[in-house]
Write a protein that binds this ligand. Sequence first.
Ligand SMILES: *Cc1c(COP(=O)(O)O)cnc(C)c1O
Length: 470
Amino acid sequence: MTPNIPRTMGQQFGRRSWAEPWKIKMVEPLAETTPDQRARALEEAGYNTFLLKSEDVYIDLLTDSGTGAMSDRQWAGMMLGDEAYAGSKNFYRLEAAIQRHYGYRHILPTHQGRGAEHLISRCAIKPGQLVPGNMYFTTTRLHQELAGGRFVDVICDEAHDTSSLAPFKGNIDLGKLEALIRTEGAEKVAYVSLAGTVNMAGGQPVSMANVKAVSELCGKHGVKLYLDATRMAENAFFIQEREPGYADVPIAQILREFCDYTDGAWMSGKKDNLVNIGGWLAVNDWDLYEELRNQIVIYEGLHTYGGLAGRDMEAMAIGIEECVQDDYMRSRVGQVQYLGELLTDWNVPIVKPVGGHAVFLDAKAFYPHIPQSEFPAQVLAAELYLDSGIRAMERGVVSAGRNPATGDHYYPRLELTRLTIPRRVYTQAHMDVVAESVKMVFERATETRGLRMTYEPKYLRFFQAKFARL
Ligand SMILES: *Cc1c(COP(=O)(O)O)cnc(C)c1O
């Protein structure tokens, strides 16, 4: 591979270089594979990177979910697990960490984010109600639909434009939200579902001014505002970096201020909170909490463990403290931006500005000759794996699924392949290798053919669908 990448990247991009605020104490060897081995593995996996074996993968950028490295403090915390069925001391540590940094009153642990999404959707949506939100997320929308709700996208238009450089492309369009509430009536709206940052838009943040305005609008109409807090600490970093008045405010304080505008949140601890498994649900309203606490014993476990071991709750409590540190977050997002800057420098089409957890490749721009019905983003993920053993993920028509009413594919405007960076796992040298591989795949894009789907599961098909070359 081309070894001519300068080592002082920061200076090349007009800023000082950063370095990770940690050093490596334990290593896990990576296996490299041959092109023949990769071709065979991909064929067996039906051209779906979710079906590859991890031992056949070199650099794994499938997801940042549960793939982070825990700190020595977190591992030490695992030894402090109090595995009592009820009232484990680790629950109270977790509860205190969430109350301190996210600010909500009533806390329920869940086995992961979708456990929390399931419960809030069950308890806060009545069949036939609408759930407006800033772009859908796969599991979030599915749980809203399974509860009888209908998701309505009220994100700003810039979110759908991969070339727009707007700083807060995750913002809700207040006009769209107000029009929906006025035409449908506030009682038809279950709640507003706000996510920071917006995964499907490329990890784009929401501004403090926007959440404040949405909160005021919701308050005026008596509609609740719930937050998907999965990557809200990363969102806080962007507010610090981009929003006037926040440059000197610590991330922990920005996070807390943002959450204070909302009535509750669900969380995948596997992202911001730096654990391999876990999630939580938090609300301020006592009556809703009572209902959730009643339901959680059916689906997750008792309300003081919610499907988690005591040691997992301890690790998450410590992860919460660590993820709001400014130096950690600067290196976390800095690494993603480093990869984005390399690719931009080489004119590879990506979603801009680069988001907090991933670089999203614009598959439509890679493959203008492949129609969306032939899954260009799935093709791109397959090509990257063939080139170098790097595993990425499709975020396009396959992830979007089908409209339950008509049975047609949803055709999202964004057809993206996601290079998701795990937290505290890979080095800058790994990012160089990734960037070179993407460049190679881009250079041969015109020769690449599309895929057809040979197997389609009923729900969240991107996880298990299979494909063949056309
Ligand atoms: C991952 C994720 C979820 C679901 O969480 P799981 O822990 O994977 O169940 C919900 N919302 C967003 C934005 C996510 O990224």
